[in-house]
Ligand binder design. Structure first.
Ligand SMILES: [Zn+2]
Length: 181
C-alpha cells in the first residue's frame, strides 16, 4: 500500500492501453496482451477469456477517475474501485521484517476486482502524497492519453515518455508491435 508509485504506474498504463489512445487499436486485444500486461506489472494471475471484458470495463472507469482532476471526485472514484476488490487491510512484515501496510483482495475477487483494488490504491496514494495537479493529459498533440506524474520534480509531460515525444516514434513502435504479433 506504501508502494503507490508502482500502483499509480499500473493505473496509468492500464488506462493507456485503450484503443482511443492508440488510434483505434486496442492494446488489450486478447488474453495474451492481458497476460503480458499483468507480468509487466508483477500481478500474479492467469487471465481467462472472461476476464478481458471486465478489465476493459475497469479501464474505462479508471480513465474517468484520472480525467476528473478535482481531488474530491478522484478520491471518491478511486475509493469505489478499492472497495470493489478489498478483502482485508492490515500490517504484514516485508522481506526485511519491517511492518508495512498490506491490502488483500476479497477471496472471491476476480481479476478485474483485484486490478481495481491495485489501481485504486495507486490513485489514492498519488493523490494524498502529490495532489490532484499530478493528474494530467499527455502533452503530445496526437495523443489522448493521460497519466499520473509520480516523478519527484513533477515535470513529466507524456503518458508514454518513450513514445509520445514524437509522432514518428509512435508510428515506428506500432509497426514493430504489428510485426511482432
Ligand atoms: Zn501520450
Amino acid at each position: 500500500m506504501d508502494d503507490y508509485v508502482r500502483l499509480a504506474g499500473l493505473a496509468t498504463e492500464l488506462v493507456n492501453t485503450a484503443p482511443g489512445v492508440w488510434h483505434g487499436e486496442d492494446q488489450l486485444a486478447d488474453t495474451a496482451d492481458l497476460r503480458a500486461f499483468l507480468a509487466e506489472h508483477g500481478v500474479d494471475a492467469e487471465p481467462a477469456a472472461s476476464d478481458l471484458d471486465a478489465v476493459r470495463e475497469l479501464r474505462t472507469r479508471l480513465r474517468e477517475v484520472l480525467d476528473a482532476r478535482d481531488a474530491e471526485t478522484i478520491a471518491s472514484g478511486a475509493s469505489e474501485l478499492v472497495a470493489r476488490g478489498l478483502g482485508t487491510v492490515g500490517l504484514a512484515a516485508d522481506a526485511r521484517g519491517h511492518q508495512q501496510w498490506c491490502a488483500r483482495p476479497r477471496p472471491d475477487a476476480d481479476l478485474a476486482d483485484r486490478l481495481a483494488l491495485l489501481g485504486g490504491l495507486g490513485v489514492l496514494g498519488a493523490l494524498r502524497t502529490l495532489g490532484p495537479e499530478r493528474f494530467r493529459d499527455c502533452a503530445s498533440d496526437t495523443c489522448s492519453g493521460v497519466f499520473i506524474d509520480t516523478t519527484r520534480p513533477g515535470r513529466r509531460r507524456y503518458c508514454m515518455p518513450d513514445l509520445c515525444g514524437n509522432r514518428a516514434n509512435v508510428a515506428a513502435y506500432r509497426a514493430r508491435r504489428r510485426a511482432d504479433s
